[in-house]
Design a protein around this ligand. Structure first.
Ligand SMILES: [Zn+2]
Length: 456
């Protein structure tokens, strides 16, 4: 039986190392991985000589929102070499009106089935007013096992400790995962009020309103509540060195799983970039100093950061209100999924010495395992989905604001240069991206229910 596709001659990368191996895909799944396969024994073949072959890349944190829906966002992701998305769905972002959280997530998944270029899972955001007792069991039945809570943004997003404890208790009983945005919302309010009153409303003042301490305090509290309830916890967008210290403290003793994620902008930018770019780079937590950035790279190298994700949304320059002179009043969020992979791989290989296996763990293996997708995604292994990225380490690039995919019209990384790009990406045996052109169709992606209780 001939294979559908053989990718031959490349260097295969997994979390353990790099080796010469060829990959055969048949009927959408990996059929064979071997030191040498005959390309003539396949209906099609791809010569990956002088290139790396990685498992499909998962962006486990993103918001198809503002100018993007999942169709537009997944197009930008596909253009950047990503093959699987796990976006957030929540009532304030995708529902509204009389929608319940269950309706919101159900509709979000249906929209994805209709429009997504890429396979996708979903996380649910629990907001104040959501009926958790109904939503959590109902969403588990639909394959949603990761739920996000905010300790920031009092009012429409922040859950108090009692609600977080109740959510964690429900998730712990079902083998689910609590993802938490960690910033002490009341402390931020106090600091912001003081700065506004003093007329300090620049990007630098914004950074001072959300110092590392408000993040690290919320990480400590979240991990304490997780330990008390026995709930596995995932700290989204870790930005501060102090938060890594807290993670180490908790990980040194027995308890539930404690996962950590950081994002492209915390690895690639500093507060100086934030001030130079201004409103278009406003995000929370804020982009911090060089010391924090170095600490994040060290933690990524050491495997203390589990996942790198984009936290991208479909923001536009107009949506960031360029006329706004008070930085506190600029809307949150930035695009960036399209450049995540080349930026982080370039920096990891040429500036930060992480090696490719550490990056494959953070982009492929860990997100698949943590979010219950390891039975299909994350590795090039017979029986798993035929998803892969052929990465050409040589082409030079400079990021600009032109030629972007999706509906965002700028990049906070504009002006940055590097080497390497995805030359070919494949999902379930179908070509998604080839030499810069997206060949997939909207709606080709399929929803990936989380396998509950799968080993993380
Ligand atoms: Zn986010």
């Amino acid at each position: 039986m001939p294979h559908d596709l053989i990718v031959h001659g490349g260097l295969l990368v997994d979390g353990d190392g790099v080796r010469r191996a060829d990959v055969a895909v048949t009927d959408g799944v990996v059929a064979e991985v071997a030191p040498e396969l005959d390309p003539a024994a396949a209906r099609s073949s791809y010569d990956a000589a002088h290139r790396y072959v990685l498992p499909g890349v998962i962006d486990a944190h993103n918001h198809p929102y503002y100018a993007d829906d999942i169709e537009a966002f997944s197009l930008a992701a596909a253009a950047g070499g990503v093959t699987t998305l796990i976006p957030f769905a929540g009532r304030q972002w995708h529902g509204g009106g009389e929608h319940t959280l269950v309706d919101t997530v159900t509709e979000f998944v249906a929209n994805g089935e209709r429009g997504s270029y890429l396979d996708f899972g979903a996380h649910a955001i629990v907001s104040p007013g959501d009926d958790m007792d109904t939503a959590v069991p109902a969403l588990f039945e639909r394959g949603i096992a990761s739920f996000k809570a905010f300790t920031a943004f009092p009012g429409n997003r922040m859950l108090d400790d009692g609600r977080i404890l109740a959510l964690m208790t429900m998730l712990a009983a079902r083998g689910g995962l609590c993802m938490v945005h960690c910033e002490n919302g009341h402390a931020v309010e106090l600091l912001e009020r003081r700065l506004r009153a003093a007329g300090e409303v620049t990007a630098a003042a914004y950074g001072r309103s959300r110092p590392a301490l408000v993040e690290a305090e919320a990480v400590y509290r979240t991990l304490s509540l997780a330990e008390l309830t026995g709930c596995d916890a995932y700290i989204v967008h870790v930005s501060a060195a102090e938060s890594l210290d807290v993670l180490r403290t908790f990980r040194a003793r027995p308890g539930p799983a404690r996962y950590a994620e950081t994002c492209t902008h915390y690895l690639m930018l500093t507060d100086e970039d934030q001030q130079r770019i201004g409103g278009p780079a406003k995000i929370s937590p804020p982009i911090r100093g060089e010391r924090d950035r170095d600490a994040l790279w060290s933690a990524l190298r050491a495997g203390e950061i589990d996942v790198v994700a984009s936290d991208a949304s479909g923001q536009t320059l107009a949506g960031k209100r360029p006329e706004e002179t008070n930085f506190f009043d600029v809307p949150f969020g930035l695009p960036g999924v399209e450049h995540m992979l080349p930026l982080v791989l370039h920096a990891g290989l040429h500036e930060r010495d992480t090696g490719l296996p550490a990056l494959v763990r953070a982009f492929c293996e860990r997100p698949a395992d943590i979010f219950g997708l390891g039975h299909r995604k994350g590795r090039l292994r017979p029986g798993l989905d035929g998803d892969l990225v052929v990465y050409d380490p040589f082409p030079a690039w400079t990021i600009g604001n032109e030629g972007l995919h999706g509906n965002s019209d700028y990049s906070v990384f504009a002006g940055r240069s590097g080497f390497g790009r995805p030359a070919l990406t494949v999902q379930r045996g179908r070509t998604i991206l080839r030499e810069g052109a997206v060949l997939a169709e909207p709606g080709a992606g399929t929803f990936l229910p989380a396998q509950i209780g799968e080993q993380r």
